[in-house]
Design a protein around this ligand. Sequence first.
Ligand SMILES: *Cc1c(COP(=O)(O)O)cnc(C)c1O
Length: 388
Amino acid sequence: MNQTATVQRPVSPRPAASETGDPLLLTPGPLTTSASVKRAMLHDYGSRDHHFIDINRRMLERLVAIVNGQGSHVAVPMQGSGTFVVEAMLGCFVPPDGKLLLCINGAYGKRMAKICDYHRRAHVILEFAENEPVNPQAVATALANDTDITHVAVVHTETTSGILNPLEDIAAVVENAGRGLLIDAMSAFGAIPLDASKIRFDAACASSNKCLEGTPGMGFCIAREEALEKTKGNSPALSLDLYDQWQAMLANGQWRFTPPTHVILAFDQALDEFDLEGGVAGRGGRYRANCEVLVSGMRELGFRTLLPDELQAPNIITFHMPADERFVFEHFYDLMREQGYVIYPGKLTVADSFRMGCIGRLDQEDMHGALAAVRHALETLGISGTVS
Ligand SMILES: *Cc1c(COP(=O)(O)O)cnc(C)c1O
């Protein structure tokens, strides 16, 4: 029998699964968490329990330490998804008579504009295309031209595209102009350095379930204490009042309203695992390795990334939708899901696209597995070799 003449049928790779048998989430969040993080939630705590209060204190101290903010900055937690703490940050730090310059290059920047509309905070928008970083020089010009502007808000890595904004340069411009900087660091915090001793900011916020790999359900705001002190009475909403939450926790170590106890227990464990991995350098290193494997493998299969490598943050990668009419995204998505990989539709206005994330409890093996699944999905769609 002539072996080489045998037609090779595509063999489905072994379905992927997390430690608990769930599909792997190659998404911008919620993300795959470790089994130990999930197991940490198997306890009920009363909010006044001393052990629970200790866990909270430790959690907030560790969050400040991640940005080297000991002595100058404090962390204030906020119940809810990431957007809740972004909304709390904008509402508290921009006073009712303040004015915000919003640097926008994606959906999360636009969401901040919507928040300002809700709370009737005066704002001006400096907008860039989704595949263009925020230009610090343009920020400088906008600030020079409008002395009413009190604060500037920017998204560290715009998860819409995966683009990395030049935060250090923007912060320098804002500091020179004597205004306050507010950062949505949601999809960067813990993986991309944010050093409060080098970058001046009034507030930066993130959540339990992105690069810190806890479960979703709480956000936190890291604030320069001097700036936070001035926010008393600014908040347009009781439940989102960071100043009040801060003062209450200073007084008795407790959250004002029911704390997400299980999420906090999981977060405490996630922070242990973050430290074990080597903090920001270790976590960011794993994500960069994941990103490189995924990008180079996808390029070999003919896919094109939206962003050049120097603008790509190692968290989520946007791929152009292939032109090949056999490539139907919904079908491709289902084929990936069947093999245990959940990917994400695009959110761009500049191009038809889809996204694959490389954050959460995922490693290079998982990325290779995802690439094998992509190859198999393409074959099933009748596309052999590369897609175009
Ligand atoms: C995830 C994310 C948020 C928050 O989104 P939620 O769905 O409310 O958790 C905000 N900003 C950025 C840049 C994000 O990536």
